[in-house]
Write a protein that binds this ligand. Structure first.
Ligand code: 4AD
Ligand code: MG
Length: 431
């Protein structure tokens, strides 16, 4: 046995004997050699087995082991410029932990439904592995950014008494003698938090009964939502811009290898700099008109509209001042143009569309009350929320960043369903 280590740490052991515990990813053999691609969760490495170092029967057996056989491999670490990661293992001992059954996911092309049915196994594949490592980095970068900027983490509840983002996408559940809804957003609770702590954020799963089958919609997705007291729309946009720059910095410095596995055009991320363009809805609508889109002024932008707008920029673009009527009840109207809301959507470049939605909140009691009524929302369920405008109301703002949309853009993949370990969509709740 050599010193136990992981593939990620192997560079520290050049010339030494180490033991790696993992799974067989791939193998070939040629004459007196077997080449094993071993994975251990931290990376992939090639182990070379020389016939003379093994018992003959065992050497033959290894040649026929199925993919995903669990094994413990001991060997000497050697540099190899051609190898992914720069090292290979000259194996001297192999212990079989478990001989896998014939593995369903093979290097041949599988359909997406087949792969999604086997999501619990598909996670082991190098591309999915890289994607979810980038996801982890994005989440920790978000937390880092807010933690370093004086925000307090305040967890929002999942069972809620009322809608935040419209009643059409609510998941209803029985809650003893009454009804509860799975949260669509932690925002309203963050507004309470901002009045208590100044700057807060929450990070958690959110739920929307999206009946649309698009490549951007999940029914369960993760959102990070900051909220700040004494904050206006411009300051809110500054925060959003800073967050994206921090995420990009962390991913580009720590996950280059993953982006390479994903064949991401890294230059498209590297060129992104502050400031991000800030345009208004009216300007965006003008751009759509020029592009001969079917878009109707006054409507919200659809996915194709967002794609058209975001393709015009080489960095994320922030679109503000949408017509108030297409936005949520809690948005503050622009005092200079009351038909418009003080809101902002950030659209990712390369046609990825909206990754952030937010804005300044209505802080006047009477106005908010009439908006709740106008939207036919149950007043009783919002009394606590109205309290925030009864006791020391101040201008405040925040936003929500969708983690999966952000992962999709940064990794350059087509569909949001691969950006979460176990996706939930209208047509999928298994595995
Ligand atoms: O624009 P949305 O609906 O904004 C809110 O929920 C606000 N209450 C947030 C806030 O101000 N605190 O959603 C925010 C983001 C979107 O920009 C998008 O990235 C993501 O959440 N998102 C979804 N991601 C995947 N699937 C869905 N069905 C999503 N709906 C929204
Ligand atoms: Mg939105």
């Amino acid at each position: 046995m050599g010193e136990k280590t992981t593939i990620a740490e192997i560079g520290q052991f050049e010339g030494k004997t180490v033991t790696l515990s993992g799974w067989l990813y791939n193998k070939t053999h040629k004459g007196k050699l077997i080449f094993i691609m071993l994975r251990d969760g931290t990376g992939f490495i090639q182990a070379v087995l020389f016939k003379d170092n093994f018992q003959e029967d065992f050497f033959e057996e290894i040649k026929h082991l199925p993919q995903e056989t669990a094994m413990i491999v001991t060997g000497t670490v050697a540099t190899d410029a051609r190898a992914k990661g720069g090292f290979e293992l000259q194996a001297t001992d192999v212990q079989i932990q478990h001989v896998a059954q014939e593995y369903p996911i093979t290097p041949k092309e599988h359909g997406i439904e087949f792969l999604m049915d086997h999501r619990h196994l598909w996670l082991r594949s190098s591309k999915q592995h890289a994607l979810l490592r980038v996801r982890h980095r994005i989440i920790s970068a978000c937390r880092e950014y807010f933690d370093q900027s004086g925000f307090t983490l305040l967890d929002a509840p999942i069972f809620t008494p009322a809608a935040c983002e419209g009643t059409t996408t609510l998941f209803e559940t029985d809650y003893f003698d009454t009804k509860a809804y799975l949260t669509q957003s932690g925002q309203l609770y963050m507004e309470a938090g901002a009045m208590a702590f100044g700057k807060v954020y929450c990070f958690g799963p959110t739920f929307r009964a999206e009946k649309s089958k698009t490549r951007r919609h999940l029914t369960e997705f993760w959102m990070i939502e900051p909220e700040m007291a004494y904050c206006d729309l411009d300051q809110d946009m500054d925060l959003a811009e800073g967050l994206i720059m921090h995420i990009l910095d962390r991913v580009l410095s720590k996950n280059r290898g993953d982006l390479e596995v994903l064949e991401r055009d890294i230059s498209k991320l590297e060129c992104i700099q502050k400031p991000f363009p800030r345009i208004r809805y009216d300007q965006a609508a003008e751009m759509l008109k020029e592009a001969n889109s079917e878009f109707v002024y006054g409507d919200d932008f659809g996915a194709p509209d967002e794609t058209l707008i975001s393709e015009k920029f080489d960095r994320p673009v922030m679109v503000s001042h949408y017509p108030a009527q297409v936005k949520a009840f809690y948005m503050k109207n622009d005092p200079a143009d009351p038909q418009k809301a003080l809101c902002v959507d950030m659209l990712a470049p390369e046609g990825y569309g909206e990754i952030i939605g937010g804005g300044q909140r209505e802080d006047d009691y009477e106005t908010l009350l009439s908006k709740i009524q106008m939207h036919d929302l149950p007043i009783e369920a919002f009394q606590w929320y109205l309290d925030l405008r009864r006791y020391g109301s101040v201008p405040h703002a925040g936003f929500g960043l969708g983690i999966e949309r952000t992962v999709t853009w940064i990794c350059g993949i087509k569909h949001v369903r691969e950006a979460i370990p176990f996706p939930r969509t209208m047509s999928r709740i298994y595995p």
